[in-house]
Structure formats: structure tokens, C-alpha cells
Write a new protein. Structure first.
Length: 572
């Protein structure tokens, strides 16, 4: 008796699909690994945009025109799908679409539609094709196949239409079916019937099925194994029981926590945080990935018109800013702080290196994609009076970024403006004031409110307290701390004031003459600096106060002479 074939029917390693668009490349699939055994129902689950459907389309050779596809291994039953997908499509690999009403032609009878598939893929005479169509409809559990064969799609229920689509997929003789959200358009009871039908067909016809879905209940009900996709990458694979009850990856746990039955009745449901629009190639793309990552950044200026070669303003800078953290960038004038900041804001060309913002290749974005992505960065500059238009009221200043982003004026915008101002500690009475009517601290609060108008993920602050006196500086620093906590912000804090940055930053980047001298946790950099320059810089900043003798604040009577008595007025 021959041994059963245990080699996988489908083997994928490192699948990637990149789609060119006018705004730049979209990385629909980045690094998918998938192995499906013969006779299995294998689930592929993830949020919208995770790359599920594009992975299935790649197996069929139906990626968008002009797309670039790569893989270390992309085999179906030993054949390379990169060369053979179009030949295997239909003959060996069939497709069950998400919406049966859209998959069926409304002007053709069911008989004509199944007959077209049989004529295309199987060499059968007309009478045999009709008999096969009736047998296929009967196999899917449809009552009265003769009547269904004479019907048009609009005369069938959603469940019946889906059974017809399954019959069409089987008509090709395919032994591997890609079921793309096959129950989304169906009510619960009909969906369970369709899943039961697929399980029966797998057993009776020795089929293998890839079940693409966003529904954990479908995975639990129908699948043997499951692969979880996030941001175009496979992040977890295993038996359904193990993945659903003992998930190993944070994203899988987050998906399960978002299910309605994961929280008590009436309680707020957990949500999966993060945005994986065109995410970076490495890492998770969610909480595991930094909000900002700079790698080997080189920026050079020409020192003069006749200078022999450009002078580096930033020389190979690399660092990460974790989500929800504050990174301080410090250094003396000419160290490259401002050039680095301008490059991150896309206000300065970069000669080489990479910047990834919130999972995107930041330097590759152009046009509309860049304009949309810019909304994730809020900027607060050094001098609020120079950054605020003297001709506009505070309300108009706060409305400006929202109008520029295409939002329409109206009650919702007015409410948003009032909420922004209140969030930054100013009353609604300030909405009609102009910049000249504000103090320095009030103007900076307005500037911060404007930076938050489009709900950014990252707040970039360029010397935000250097123009303020020490008491107002303390108020602004406290405000920034509150806003960071309240809105889950990440912050990039550029300053020359080491006392300030040591107070607010989680990590410090020290720059000198374009080079990154030191980068690490604030406590480590401040109290155990590794580089002589950092120690020198600190000796004039954070440690300067403790290095000199401070006057004691003793009671005046203990060590200081009493003040002179005020002169007495002569009697009238």
C-alpha cells in the first residue's frame, strides 16, 4: 500500500507584491510565508489591507498590471506559480468570490454560466455538460437543480447564489479552492451551511481550501490551521486551536481581544491600535515598530560657490523613536540638529539614507500620499509670534490646517477648534484674539493647539521653550506632558537646553558637527555619558547647577542682617 503524500500542496516563502502608483509604490504584500497541506482547510486572517486578498490573487497570477512580485519559493504541487499560475488557474486552482451577486452575470442563466466554465476547462459534449452542471448543483446541496439551472441570479437567494459560485469553481476540475470571504454577504445560519458544505466537499472530493477571512468565527468553525497576516506579513501560523487559545503574537492577541464576546456586556471593546498604511519591511508594523526610524542619513551642503566638495551637515545619523516616547536631540549651534529636523519634515533634500515614519518609507512618498502622511506630524516652532499670522484670529489660525486638509467649515469644525483651545488650557474667549493680543506662553499654547489640529501621531518641537521665561516654560512643559499622555503622542524635542530635555525626554541624541556622538536612555546619557563631548556638554548644562555652591534659603534672622527700617514720615 503506497504511503500518503505528505508534501505540502502549496509552499510560499517570502512572497512580496509591490504595486506602482502615481503617489509612489504600495507594498501590498511584504513577506508572506504559507504552507498548506493536502486536504486541509487553511485560514488566512487579518484586517482589511493586511494583504490577504492580494496573496490569493498572486496565486492565481492576477496581480495588478505593472506590479512587481518576488518570492524565495512560490510552488503549487511542485510547479513554480511565477511561471505557471495562468496555466493552473481554473484547471487546478479555483476561486470562490466574496460577493456571489457580483460574481454572477445578471443577464445570463445559471445553465449558461456553468456551461461556459465547462466548455472552457473540460472537453465535454453538450449533453454531458448539462448532466455535469446538474450533478454539480446537486453536490452543493441545492434543491431542484433543474429549476436552478433555468433560473437567473436575481431569482436565487444569497445562499443559493453562493452555492452556484461553488459549483462553478468545482466545474473546472480544480482540487485547490481559494475562498475569499465566502460568507461575508450571508446571514449567520446560511453562512454556517456554506461552511459545512465546504467541509463536506473537502472530504468527498479530496479538495484543499485556502479560507481568506477577517472573521475569527469562520476560522474556528471551518479551518484546520490558520496564518495571521498583519501589514503584508505573516506573523503567526499554527493549528486553529493553538492560535485562538494560546496566541503567541501581540497582534493575534489584539485581534482576539477586539471580539465582542471578549468584554462584559456594555463595556468598551479593545481596538487594535496603529496604522499600517504602506508599512516598513521589517518589524510588526504595529506597536513593535518605532514611530520614527532614521538610518544612515547623510545631508551635505556646499560650503561656498567654489568649494571643492560639499560639507556634511548630518553625517550618517541613525536612531529610533519608540511609540509614545519623547526623544531629545541636543547639541551646540552648528551640530546638525536643525538640518536633521528639516530633513525629517521633508523640507530639506537627503543625499542618502532612509527615514521611516509610522511604518512608511517616508522619503519615497510623493504627491497626494505625502500630503496625507504629513497630517501625522504636528510641528511647534521656536518663536510662536513668528509662526502665527498677525492678520488671523486664533479661531482662524486653528482652522487653517483643517481647511488645508480638505475639511469643510461648519459646526463640527467650530467644536473641534474650541476643544483644541480648551485642551491647551485657554478659554473660548481667546478665539477672537490675534497673536499680538497674546502673551508668549499663550501664543505658544495656540501654536501647540494648531499642531494638534489634524490629530498627529508625532509632535516635533523645535526649541519650544527657548523664547519663554522660566515660569511660563514650566507651564508649557507640563502642558506637553499632559497632552502626550492624553493623546498618546510621540515627541521629537530639539533643544540646546539640557536641563529641559533631561526633564522631558525618555532618550537623548547628542550631536556634534553633523555626527551622532551618543544615543541612549536619558538616565544613562546624563548620569553615565560614554563620550567626552557629552560630558563636556553636560558640565555646562544639567550638572552646572550642582557644580557650584547654591545660596542657602535660610530664615533671614539666622544669617542675614535685618533690612533697614523704612524712613518715618515727619508729623503733619
Amino acid at each position: 500500500m503506497p504511503l500518503p503524500d505528505t508534501t505540502p500542496l502549496l509552499e510560499i516563502r517570502g512572497l512580496s507584491v509591490t504595486i506602482p502608483t502615481p503617489e509612489g509604490d504600495v507594498h501590498a504584500v511584504r513577506a508572506v510565508d504559507l504552507e498548506i497541506g493536502r486536504g486541509d482547510i487553511h485560514g488566512l486572517i487579518g484586517e482589511s489591507g493586511s494583504g490577504k486578498t492580494m496573496t490569493g490573487m498572486a496565486m492565481l497570477g492576477l496581480v495588478p498590471k505593472g506590479s512587481r512580485m518576488g518570492a524565495a519559493r512560490f510552488h503549487f504541487d511542485g510547479q513554480d506559480l511565477r511561471q505557471q499560475a495562468s496555466r493552473l488557474r481554473g484547471r487546478r486552482i479555483g476561486m470562490i468570490s466574496q460577493d456571489p451577486a457580483a460574481a454572477l452575470n445578471p443577464v445570463l442563466s445559471i445553465r449558461r454560466q456553468i456551461d461556459d466554465v465547462l466548455r472552457t476547462h473540460r472537453d465535454l459534449p453538450r449533453v454531458a455538460r448539462r448532466a455535469e452542471a446538474l450533478a454539480l448543483l446537486a453536490a452543493t446541496g441545492l434543491p431542484d437543480p433543474e429549476k436552478v439551472l433555468r433560473s437567473y441570479p436575481h431569482q436565487l437567494s444569497g445562499g443559493m447564489q453562493q452555492r452556484v459560485v461553488i459549483a462553478q469553481a468545482l466545474a473546472t476540475g480544480a482540487d485547490f479552492l481559494i475562498a475569499d470571504e465566502p460568507t461575508t454577504a450571508l446571514d449567520v445560519s446560511v453562512a454556517m451551511q456554506v461552511l459545512a458544505l465546504l467541509r463536506r466537499l473537502v472530504a468527498e472530493r479530496n479538495l484543499t481550501v485556502l479560507m481568506i477571512t477577517h472573521d475569527m468565527d469562520v476560522i474556528a468553525e471551518a479551518c484546520d490551521r490558520v496564518t495571521v497576516l498583519y501589514a503584508g506579513r505573516s506573523v503567526e501560523t499554527g493549528p486553529v486551536e493553538e492560535v485562538l487559545h494560546r496566541p503567541a503574537h501581540p497582534y493575534t492577541r489584539a485581534l482576539l481581544a477586539a471580539l465582542p464576546d471578549a468584554a462584559p456586556r456594555g463595556a468598551r471593546l479593545a481596538v487594535v491600535e496603529g496604522n499600517f498604511l504602506d508599512p516598513e519591511p521589517g518589524g510588526c508594523g504595529m506597536t513593535d515598530a518605532p514611530i520614527l526610524e532614521v538610518t544612515d542619513l547623510l545631508i551635505r551642503y556646499r560650503a561656498g560657490l567654489f568649494a571643492p566638495r560639499p560639507k556634511p551637515a548630518v553625517n550618517g545619523a541613525s536612531f529610533r523613536l519608540e511609540r509614545g516616547a519623547t526623544l531629545g536631540i541636543v547639541g551646540e549651534s552648528g551640530s546638525g540638529k536643525t538640518s536633521l529636523l528639516r530633513a525629517i519634515l521633508r523640507l530639506l533634500p537627503v543625499e542618502s539614507g532612509a527615514i521611516r515614519l509610522d511604518g512608511q518609507d517616508w522619503l519615497a512618498l510623493q504627491g497626494r500620499a505625502l500630503r496625507q502622511a504629513r497630517q501625522r506630524i504636528g510641528v511647534v516652532s521656536q518663536n510662536p509670534f513668528l509662526s502665527l499670522s498677525p492678520r488671523l484670529t486664533v479661531a482662524e489660525i486653528l482652522a487653517e490646517p483643517m481647511l488645508a486638509a480638505g475639511r469643510r467649515p461648519g459646526p463640527a469644525m467650530r467644536d473641534r477648534i474650541a476643544a483644541l483651545l480648551s485642551d491647551c488650557g485657554l478659554p473660548a474667549a481667546f478665539l477672537d484674539r490675534r497673536a499680538r493680543e497674546l502673551s508668549g506662553g499663550q501664543a505658544q499654547r495656540v501654536a501647540i493647539a494648531r499642531a494638534l489640529a489634524l490629530e498627529p501621531r508625532l509632535l516635533v518641537l523645535d526649541e519650544p521653550t527657548s523664547a519663554l521665561d522660566v515660569s511660563v516654560q514650566a507651564q508649557i512643559l507640563n502642558l506637553l506632558s499632559d497632552l502626550k499622555e492624553r493623546h498618546d503622542l510621540s515627541m521629537l524635542f530639539v533643544t540646546h537646553n539640557l536641563k529641559v530635555v533631561a526633564h522631558v525626554a525618555d532618550s537623548l541624541l547628542v550631536m556634534r558637527r553633523g555626527d551622532v556622538v551618543e544615543f541612549g536612555p536619558t538616565e544613562q546619557v546624563v548620569h553615565a555619558p560614554a563620550q567626552p563631548y557629552t560630558r563636556e556638554l553636560l558640565s555646562f548644562g544639567v550638572h552646572a547647577r550642582t557644580a557650584r555652591k547654591e545660596p542657602s534659603l535660610c530664615p533671614r534672622s539666622a544669617c542675614c542682617p535685618p533690612p533697614p527700617a523704612p524712613p518715618k514720615c515727619p508729623p503733619r
